[in-house]
Design a protein around this ligand. Structure first.
Ligand code: SF4
Length: 180
């Protein structure tokens, strides 16, 4: 549990500015990814909210996971997340990231993303429409502005717990222990 600390004026300004300029790395594993082109382009135009796509994890603030993750893919997602610089945020898009969705009894997909990575915002649905994606992004922006998007701190403070969960499903663990 992360305690809410009192912010000084510089932190408040910093959080306010961060919330208005977010770079998004889309990890398009699941079918929900098909809703992202209209979210980005002229119909819904997410850039009007100060959110733009990022090309690599190093330049990204948000990691958007668009649905089910196979165990093989989870490994790449962890690698991408740990390459991002803090502060960084995770969005779980679609029911598959919340409880496994329609893949809940699959032999090679994970069921709950937040056992492996700290999810700041969930966007429920199968598949969530662009309005929901925009709603989720705006909600994330609000909690960043309020200084409450602390998933990345939770990950650092509870790294042992996350590693144990990750290694439980990824049998061939060949990632560096500290990847950032
Ligand atoms: S939640 Fe639905 S749309 Fe999203 S990845 Fe799962 S099955 Fe596909």
């Amino acid at each position: 549990m992360i305690e809410k600390k009192k912010r000084n004026i510089f932190q408040i300004i910093d959080d306010w500015a961060s919330a208005r300029s977010l770079w998004l790395l889309m990890y398009c594993t699941g079918c929900g990814a098909i809703e992202l082109p209209p979210t980005m382009t002229s119909r819904y135009d997410m850039e009007r909210f100060g959110i733009a796509p990022a090309g690599t994890p190093r330049q990204a603030d948000i990691l958007l996971i668009t649905g089910y993750l196979s165990i093989k893919t989870l490994k790449r997602v962890i690698r991408a997340y740990e390459q991002m610089q803090s502060p960084k945020y995770v969005i779980g898009l679609g029911s598959c990231t919340i409880n496994g969705g329609m893949y809940w009894d699959s032999y090679n997909t994970i069921k709950m993303l937040d056992l492996y990575l700290p999810v700041d915002i969930w966007i429920a649905g199968c598949m969530p429409r662009p309005e929901s994606v925009i709603g989720g992004l705006n909600k994330l922006s609000d909690i960043i502005k309020a200084g409450e998007a602390n998933g990345w701190k939770k990950y650092n403070e509870n790294l042992k717990w996350y590693r144990a969960n990750q290694k439980k499903v990824i049998k061939k663990w060949d990632l560096p222990e500290f990847n950032y």
